[in-house]
Design a protein around this ligand. Structure first.
Ligand SMILES: NC(=O)c1ccc[n+]([C@@H]2O[C@H](COP(=O)([O-])OP(=O)(O)OC[C@H]3O[C@@H](n4cnc5c(N)ncnc54)[C@H](OP(=O)(O)O)[C@@H]3O)[C@@H](O)[C@H]2O)c1
Length: 294
C-alpha cells in the first residue's frame, strides 16, 4: 500500500517512517516547508503528486502554551489542515487517518473517556484539534481518527526528553502531580497505526470512525518523571536528587490542561486487535533507545 504521511519530521511521523521500512507499506514522507497542511493548494498538490492510496496526518501545531497567543496559526494547522486533507482525500476517493488528542476533553471526569463522549476542549490547542476532528467527520466518510495522549519518544521535543535534560542539570525538579493521564510511546502508536493501515489495505476494515490508543495504566506527570529518572540512572548519572510534586496552579502554565485524560482503548482492541502496552515497559524501551542511539 502506498501512503502519504504529513508531519513526517515530528516525533510520531519519524517513528512511522522508521517502522514502515520493512512493513510492506510504502510511505511518501512530507512536512514543512514542502507541504504546509494549513494551505489548501499545498495539500492538493501533494496528493496529486504522490497519488497515495491513503493519507496519514501526523502534522499539527502542538505547542499547547504558545497556541494561547498564536491562535490563528493553531487553527490554521489543527482545524484547517485536516479540513484541506479530508477535502483532497474526498476528491481522490481515498481514506485518511488523522491523529487527535486527549485535550479534546475537559478532564472533569474520573472514569476513562470513550470515543463517543462529547467534545469539551479547554484551551486553544484543544479547541483547534476538536474542530479538526469535526471537519474530518463531516467531510470524509472513510476516515479514522486516532486520539492519543501524553506522547513521547526518541525524536523531537517531549516530556521525557525535557526531564532527561533537566535531570542532568538540576538537583531539584518540580513536577505537576494533579493531572492524571496515560503516557504513550510514539513507537507504540506508530506500530498501532501501521497495523490499522495494513488491515485497511487488505480489506479487513469496514469500521471507520474514531479510536483511542494510549499506553496502558494511568499516572501523573510527577510519577512519570520519577520513572524517567529511575530508568535513566541505569544508563547515566544524573544531577537530580529531589523530585517535588506541585499543583497545576503552582506550575502556572499559560494554557489550561485537563486534570484527567485517561482514554478507554477497548474499541481499537475489539475491532483491530490492537492491545495497549504497559506504559512503563514502553518507557524502558524508549530510554534504552535514547541512550544507545538506536
Ligand atoms: N505531543 C503530545 O503529547 C500529543 C498528545 C496527544 C496527541 N498528540 C497528537 O499527535 C500528533 C503527532 O504529534 P507529535 O507530538 O508527533 O507532534 P510534533 O512532534 O510537534 O510533530 C508535528 C509535525 O508537524 C509539523 N507541522 C507543524 N505545522 C505544520 C503545517 N502547517 N504543515 C505541515 N506540517 C506541520 C511540525 O513541524 P515543525 O516542528 O517545524 O513545527 C512537526 O514536524 C498530533 O496530531 C498531535 O496533536 C500529541
Amino acid at each position: 500500500m502506498k501512503i502519504l504521511l504529513t508531519g513526517a519530521d515530528g516525533q510520531l511521523g519519524r517513528e512511522v517512517v522508521r517502522q514502515s521500512r520493512n512493513s510492506g507499506i510504502h510511505v511518501d514522507a512530507t512536512d514543512l516547508p514542502d507541504t504546509d497542511i494549513g494551505r489548501a493548494d499545498h495539500v492538493r498538490r501533494a496528493v496529486a503528486e504522490y497519488q497515495p492510496e491513503l493519507v496519514i496526518n501526523a502534522a499539527a501545531y502542538t505547542a499547547v502554551d504558545k497556541a494561547e497567543l498564536e491562535t490563528e496559526i493553531a487553527f490554521q494547522v489543527n482545524a484547517g489542515g485536516p479540513r484541506h486533507l479530508a477535502e483532497a482525500c474526498g476528491s481522490s476517493g481515498i481514506p485518511m487517518v488523522h491523529i487527535s488528542t486527549d485535550y479534546v476533553f475537559n478532564g472533569t471526569r474520573q472514569t476513562p473517556y470513550g470515543e463517543n463522549d462529547p467534545l469539551t476542549p479547554i484551551g486553544v490547542y484543544g479547541v483547534s484539534k476538536a474542530q479538526g476532528e469535526t471537519f474530518v467527520r463531516e467531510i470524509l466518510d472513510r476516515h479514522i481518527i486516532v486520539r492519543t495522549s501524553w506522547l513521547y519518544g526518541v525524536y523531537g521535543h517531549n516530556f521525557v526528553k525535557t526531564m532527561l535534560r533537566l535531570g542532568a542539570q538540576q538537583e531539584e525538579i518540580r513536577v505537576v502531580a494533579d493531572q492524571r493521564g496515560c503516557p504513550t510511546s510514539a513507537a507504540d502508536l506508530a506500530a498501532a497505526l501501521l497495523s490499522m493501515i495494513h488491515q485497511i489495505g487488505t480489506g479487513g476494515v469496514s469500521e471507520w470512525g474514531t479510536y483511542h490508543y494510549c499506553g496502558k495504566g494511568e499516572t501523573t506527570w510527577f510519577h512519570f518523571a520519577e520513572a524517567v529518572f529511575e530508568r535513566a540512572r541505569s544508563h547515566t548519572s544524573l544531577a537530580v536528587t529531589r523530585v517535588v510534586p506541585i499543583s497545576t496552579t503552582a506550575f502556572g502554565a499559560p494554557a489550561p490542561r485537563p486534570a484527567f485524560s485517561v482514554l478507554s482503548c477497548e474499541r481499537i482492541r475489539q475491532r483491530f486487535g490492537i492491545a495497549q502496552r504497559p506504559w512503563i515497559d514502553s518507557l524502558d524501551d524508549t530510554i534504552t533507545r535514547i541512550y544507545t542511539d538506536q
